[in-house]
Design a protein around this ligand. Structure first.
Ligand SMILES: NC(=O)c1ccc[n+]([C@@H]2O[C@H](COP(=O)([O-])OP(=O)(O)OC[C@H]3O[C@@H](n4cnc5c(N)ncnc54)[C@H](OP(=O)(O)O)[C@@H]3O)[C@@H](O)[C@H]2O)c1
Length: 405
């Protein structure tokens, strides 16, 4: 590989999450790591740089998502490109195409499964051949789901010597909403891709699931009492993204001869706690259904828009500090063997957790590439579990995320 000026470039650094990635790098990147901030507007980027603590005289790179020569120059200057510039279907194509062509590892915080399907179709083979790691979904969707599943499935295999039949994740969370996330959800609706996202195996390689697995992978609907947890559960808030990512991980591991299990199934739920657990579950499922319904119609989208933050805005510092999430992960073996794990993070899921996850993912690629799963030659359009695996889990634990199995 030719020498690069930077180890990591943070693209989209003037956005709401982008500004937080710059602050995270200033606070947590090891001394001496060469990193820069990048985006479409020099003035806004200079303002971000001025807010960094003294001693962080990072470079500023300017590249609009539509200016391919500028994108190429930015991508060629770094070993790892971390992007928070979304909607990714709008600003991300040229960035990923350049990363694949110039063999630069890539990590982002997208939850846009239909966009990533296009990346897989266009770039997986080349990136796999060249050993370039393209790692979307490295924010709150879908690091906890993907890593949590990896941890409990591998522990089930290690402890009981059996394959995994089924894994489930149960989420509880408290947090705010970013303007960029709202803009992305609206873009899904307006571009007509939301129907495509209903495919449970949207991200899988063709033919990597059986009819029996498809039957057990139907979208979760309604509420039920889960005897394993002793709690009421309903459809997971991010299940439409997370389930597709975990299923892709399982399919890639199977291709590489490291399967979770021959008929592995993954589902994701929102969990409600006592008191009034059932009533809370009903309220959550109703609110989620109403929001999805409202976003699906142009007139109700127009009515709702002013109620949500604009792009570039998000929750207050106080609110982000009060946020949290806890995910519980269950792996089940053929004779009912069970392994349970939990992940707990203090701080807003969409911001504090997302920023920690994506920055530590970029640091895995920049600092620990030799130790990553599959060795340095593994590449492709991957997932957090298949690209970063236990190395990311360990970094997150060291960074204060509570992980137990
Ligand atoms: N996975 C997760 O849990 C998670 C959490 C949070 C956000 N997200 C996703 O991350 C994305 C960003 O969210 P956010 O809240 O940070 O949004 P945001 O504040 O609106 O930031 C959007 C970023 O895109 C940049 N941008 C706009 N037009 C561009 C162009 N033509 N070329 C290049 N860059 C351009 C903006 O630059 P300017 O600053 O110059 O406007 C800004 O840096 C969204 O897609 C959101 O859904 C995911």
């Amino acid at each position: 590989m030719t020498p690069r000026t930077y180890e990591v470039v943070l693209y989209g650094a003037s956005g709401f999450t982008g500004r937080q990635t710059a602050a995270y790098f200033a606070a947590h990147a090891p001394w001496g790591l060469r990193w820069a901030i990048a985006g479409r507007d020099r003035g806004r980027l200079e303002a971000v740089r001025r807010l960094l603590p003294a001693g962080h005289a990072v470079d500023v790179l300017v590249a609009d998502g539509a200016d391919q020569p500028a994108i190429d120059a930015m991508v060629a200057s770094t070993r790892v490109l971390l992007s928070t510039a979304g909607p990714f279907a709008v600003y991300g194509n040229g960035v990923v195409e350049a990363c694949v062509r110039l063999r630069t590892d890539y990590v982002d915080i997208t939850g846009e499964t239909a966009w990533v399907r296009g990346l897989i179709d266009r770039h997986h083979v080349t990136a796999a051949r060249d050993g370039t790691r393209i790692v979307p979904f490295s924010g709150f969707d879908s690091v906890p789901s993907d890593l949590g599943t990896l941890l409990v499935v591998r522990e089930l295999q290690r402890r009981h010597g059996v394959t995994c039949q089924e894994s489930r994740a149960y989420f509880r969370m408290f947090g705010g909403l970013n303007g960029g996330t709202v803009a992305t959800a609206i873009q899904w609706q307006e571009s007509g891709i939301s129907a495509r996202m209903r495919d449970p195996f949207l991200l899988n390689p063709p033919g990597s699931w059986s009819a029996a697995v498809a039957e057990r992978s139907r979208e979760v609907e309604g509420l039920h009492f889960d005897a394993d947890l002793g709690a009421w559960v309903g459809p997971g808030l991010m299940a439409l993204t997370d389930t597709r990512v975990v299923r892709r991980s399982a399919a890639l591991f199977a291709e590489w001869g490291e399967p979770y299990g021959p008929a592995f199934v993954y589902q994701e739920y929102a969990k409600s706690e006592r008191p009034f657990a059932r009533a809370k579950a009903v309220a959550m499922a109703t609110a989620l259904g109403a929001l999805n319904g409202a976003l699906a119609r142009p007139w109700s989208r127009r009515l709702l828009r002013p109620l949500f933050p604009a792009p570039g805005r998000g929750p207050s510092e106080r609110s982000m500090n009060r946020g949290w999430f806890r995910s519980e992960h269950l792996a089940i073996g053929p004779a009912g063997q069970r392994v349970l794990g939990t992940i707990f993070h203090r701080g807003d899921p969409s911001n504090r957790a997302t920023v920690r996850f994506v920055c530590e993912s970029a640091l895995c690629l920049a600092l620990e590439r030799e130790s990553l799963p599959g060795g340095p030659g593994r590449g492709g359009v991957l997932t957090p579990a298949t690209a970063l695996g236990m190395v990311l889990a360990r970094r997150l634990q060291n960074a204060g995320v509570e992980i137990s199995v």
